[in-house]
Design a protein around this ligand. Structure first.
Ligand code: IMP
Length: 424
């Protein structure tokens, strides 16, 4: 069996949840390896919409094992809300279906207050979920882990060590302090509710692999939001690239998910952004509003420099193109294949210098559009000729084959060209 990683090839929101949900039928285990409740996967199965922030989308397939790895930052309230929702829909009947890594770090109310206070002063456009401050505590070795919520003494000791300093940070940002006793009570209550799901995540993954099970690693956010490889400082606080999933795992293929156009929420460079009627049309037809925060997403044409970059830093072996149906009805479609920089140079590689990127002018090539709706099509060859031409030109520009094309929000509205798992 084999291990496959799914990563966002743009700035997040590429439709990874849907592709993971679809590929889960070939997998036995689905693992989330980074990020937190800043992610939002919207899944539509049989007309029922489910938005998941933490639990891997594989949970919608009864019997598939789901693991929240130690690289994830867990908001215990958000997790329990999600578990309750899933249970109310008859899913996750057996707690053994979900393992939450005991070594994963926990998002506490003071992380959210620090995140919110900082955004008022210096906006990155974060989701306000406390993600950055929680990862900071992890790296500073003063974090609270899921295992700490299960032991009152350990939790008290660790909170006493951290809370005064956290309150100092909150006060400096003009926020309201967090009191120890209610915080302790809150943490222990949630710990008790989470307990049936808590386990050794790393061991669980190793155990499943030893048994020869097919493991799907589900990335959150996107390559351009990676703390090292993204458009810093307008990034999230974890490594979103495929390499971060590879701890202890031999990865067989990495599938990059891209929309047929580009979107971004939050601040930071977006060279192909369209602040005009075309951008507005992409946003309204594509329903481009954040699944986590409801913010309108910034929209623009597809950017091949971004995708080539994502192919390089993730080692992409396949692409899945989502929302191709949103492009129906445009007379012509543009794809950026180079940037003209302020120094007069034209480049075809994504620049690492944020100042150059901020001023980069996309150089577009034009492709003919199509008029036919795509949502009922299930075979690649049924796609209008110009839609096939668009997909194949993207493959050429990126140098990676397309293994799936999505033409609607439903699980069934997908044209699958190749199974990324090596079976047998
Ligand atoms: P944070 O992850 O909440 O700290 O936000 C940092 C940046 O990442 C902001 O620009 C967010 O909008 C962006 N971001 C975080 N999670 C997601 C996601 O799941 N999709 C899209 N953007 C995200």
């Amino acid at each position: 069996m084999s291990n496959v990683v799914i990563v966002g090839a743009q700035w997040g929101d590429e439709g990874k949840g849907k592709v993971v949900d679809l590929f889960t039928s070939w997998a036995d285990v689905v693992v989330r390896y980074q990020g937190g409740a800043n992610a939002g996967h919207t899944l539509v199965v049989g007309g029922v919409k489910t938005v998941l922030h933490l639990v891997p989308s594989g949970v919608l397939h009864p019997g598939k094992k789901c693991i929240i790895g130690n690289g994830v930052v867990v908001d215990p309230e958000a997790l329990m809300e999600e578990i309750d929702l899933l249970k109310s829909r008859g899913l996750l009947a057996d707690p053994a279906q979900l393992t939450v890594s005991d070594n994963a770090h926990v998002i506490l109310p003071y992380h959210k207050r620090i995140d919110a206070g900082r955004e008022k002063k210096n906006a990155i456009g974060t989701t306000g979920r406390g993600i950055g401050p929680c990862y900071e505590d992890k790296v500073a070795r003063r974090g609270i882990r899921v295992r700490d919520l299960l032991k009152a003494d350990a939790l008290r000791q660790r909170l006493v060590m951290r809370l005064e300093e956290a309150n100092g940070q909150i006060a400096a940002l003009g926020g309201e302090r967090v009191e120890l006793e209610p915080l302790l009570e809150w943490g222990l209550k949630l710990g008790e509710r989470m307990a049936p799901y808590v386990g050794d995540g790393s061991m669980s993954v190793a155990y499943e692999m030893e048994k020869g099970r097919a493991v799907l690693f589900e990335g959150a956010q996107g390559t351009l939001l990676d703390i090292d490889h993204g458009t810093y400082p307008y990034v999230t606080s974890s490594n979103t690239v495929a390499g971060n999933a590879a701890v202890g795992a031999c990865i067989d293929s990495v599938i990059g998910i891209t929309k047929a156009y580009t979107t971004r929420v939050g601040n930071g460079p977006l060279p192909t952004e369209l602040n005009d009627a075309t951008g507005e049309r992409l946003r309204s037809v594509g329903a481009e509003f954040g699944a986590t925060t409801g913010r309108p997403r910034r929209c623009g044409w597809l950017d091949a420099l971004v995708l080539r970059y994502a192919a390089r830093v993730n080692g992409l072996s396949g692409l899945a193109i989502t929302k191709l149906d949103v492009l129906t009805g445009f007379e012509k479609l543009l794809v950026a294949n180079a940037y003209k920089l302020p120094n007069g140079k034209t480049v075809t590689d994504f620049p690492s210098d944020p100042e150059l990127l901020a001023e980069a002018q996309p150089v577009y090539e034009e492709l003919p559009g199509w008029k036919e709706p795509l949502s009922d099509l299930r075979e690649y060859k049924e796609l209008p000729e110009n839609a096939q031409r668009y997909v194949e030109r993207v493959e050429q520009l990126v140098g990676v084959e397309t293994i799936a094309v999505s033409v609607g929000a439903e699980r069934a509205q997908t044209i699958v060209r190749k199974n990324p798992f090596r079976h047998g």
